[in-house]
Design a protein around this ligand. Structure first.
Ligand code: CA
Length: 226
C-alpha cells in the first residue's frame, strides 16, 4: 500500500512518515501542491493525505486537479482547526474524509485504514479488468469481450495487451516488448509482434484497417491509444 503524503510542515511530515511506515505503508512525501500532482501522475498510490494549507497551490486545488483524471483514489484532507469552509469545499470537490489539526495520531491511522478498506473492495473488482470502448479485458482470467464476441486470450496475448495498456498513449518499442513479453530467451521476429497486433485489431477494432486503439508507429514500435 502506497500513500502520498502532501504536507509542508516538517515536524508533522516526519511524525506521519514514521508512524505510517511503522504500520507497513510505503510513503512518498510531497511538500508542495505542484510536487504532489507530478508525483501522482508518475507513480501509483492507494491513498493521498493532503494538507489544505500549502504554499503556492493549496490542497483544494490539488484535489480538484487530481480528480480530473482520477475519481477513485481516496483523499484524506488535513485542515486547520475551525475552518469548516475548507472542510466543506474539500469534500465537495472530491475529498473522502478530513481530519482537523491538531489530531490524535491514532485517529489518523484508523481513518487511513478505513479509507483503504472501503476503496479496497472496489479496487479488487476493478483491478484487472480494463474497458475501452465496448471492449473488455480481464487480465485475471485472460477472457476478453470484443467486436467478435468472447475471446480467450493466450498468455502471450494477455501479456502483450497488458503491456500496451499499461503504457497507453505512449509508444512502446519492439525491444521493450520483446524484453517484457517474451523475456530474454526467445526472440521472435518483429513480424510476430505485427501478427499479434493484427489479431488485437480483429478482436477489438470496429474497422481493423483504420485502427482506433492499436497503432503501429513505423520503425519505432506500437501505441495503444485510449
Ligand atoms: Ca501546511
Amino acid at each position: 500500500m502506497r500513500i502520498l503524503l502532501v504536507e509542508d510542515e516538517k515536524s508533522l511530515q516526519s511524525l506521519l512518515l514514521l508512524n505510517l511506515q511503522a504500520e507497513g505503508y510505503e510513503v512518498k512525501i510531497a511538500e508542495t501542491g505542484k510536487e504532489a500532482i507530478q508525483l501522482f501522475s508518475r507513480e501509483s498510490f492507494q491513498l493521498i493525505i493532503l494538507d489544505i494549507m500549502l504554499p503556492e497551490m493549496d490542497g483544494i486545488e490539488v484535489c480538484r486537479r487530481i480528480r480530473l483524471s482520477d475519481q477513485k483514489t481516496p483523499i484524506l484532507f488535513l485542515t486547520a482547526r475551525d475552518s469548516s469552509e475548507d472542510r466543506i469545499q474539500g469534500l465537495r470537490i472530491g475529498g473522502d474524509d478530513y481530519l482537523s489539526k491538531p489530531f490524535v495520531l491514532e485517529e489518523l491511522l484508523l481513518r487511513v485504514q478505513n479509507l483503504l478498506r472501503r476503496s479496497g473492495a472496489q479496487f479488487k473488482v476493478m483491478k484487472n479488468v480494463f474497458v475501452f470502448g465496448s471492449n473488455e479485458v480481464n487480465f485475471d482470467t485472460y477472457e476478453a469481450t470484443g467486436k467478435v464476441g468472447k475471446i480467450n486470450l493466450t498468455k502471450i496475448e494477455a501479456r502483450l495487451l497488458k503491456m500496451l495498456i499499461d503504457h497507453r498513449n505512449e509508444v512502446v518499442s519492439r525491444k521493450q516488448i520483446l524484453h517484457t513479453v517474451w523475456g530474454y530467451d526467445v526472440y521472435p521476429s518483429t513480424r510476430t509482434i505485427d501478427n499479434f497486433i493484427m489479431s488485437f485489431r480483429k478482436y477489438f477494432e470496429d474497422d481493423s484497417r483504420n485502427p482506433q486503439y492499436f497503432h503501429s508507429v513505423r520503425g519505432v514500435g506500437y501505441k495503444f491509444v485510449s
